[in-house]
Design a protein around this ligand. Structure first.
Ligand code: FE
Length: 160
């Protein structure tokens, strides 16, 4: 009988906020994500989002729940009157469209997100402008790590 589960080496991600800058995958100018767990079995993923610019990042919704925990800085949704600050937990209910924004006085925000389903991006009129899911995230990571020397298989340690 096997006493060590074959996935056990992948149960911990050390340096979740990495010292190696190459681990951050560019998402947009001055916006990056850092993969932690990419679950292809249920279409869910966990990552850190890092933003070093102010203004609107995206308007989007999700078909499934999202959980967030702010590690650094702050951000908000235009549709809500609260500000998510370091130490705060955020629950995003399925079906809610929201517009992520970082205020001018924030140099950097880092937030952990546990996302299920997809990021369904919409414009001001609610028209779909694109999407991301666990598979597009894996593709982005693999392309980035292939190009920066970490290697095409670096992402595999985060994939289930
Ligand atoms: Fe969201």
């Amino acid at each position: 009988m096997q006493t060590t589960h074959p996935l056990s080496p992948r149960q911990i991600v050390t340096e979740a906020v990495p010292s190696d800058e190459r681990v951050w995958v560019p998402q947009a100018p001055n916006v990056w994500f850092r993969p932690l767990m990419l679950n292809t079995l249920n279409g869910q993923w966990c990552n850190l989002l890092r933003v070093r610019r102010a203004g609107i990042l995206s308007r989007h919704r999700h078909p499934a729940p999202v959980h967030g925990f702010v590690l650094k800085g702050s951000w908000r949704y235009i549709e809500h009157d609260w500000i998510a600050r370091a130490g705060d937990y955020v629950f995003e209910p399925p079906g809610e469209t929201h517009t992520l924004m970082v205020d001018q006085d924030v140099d950097e925000m880092i937030t952990f997100f546990n996302i299920s389903g997809c990021m369904y991006y919409v414009d001001d009129q609610g028209r779909n402008t694109g999407y991301e899911d666990v598979f597009t995230k894996i593709d982005m990571c693999r392309a980035h790590y292939t190009g920066n020397g970490l290697g095409a298989d670096y992402i595999d340690r985060f994939v289930r």
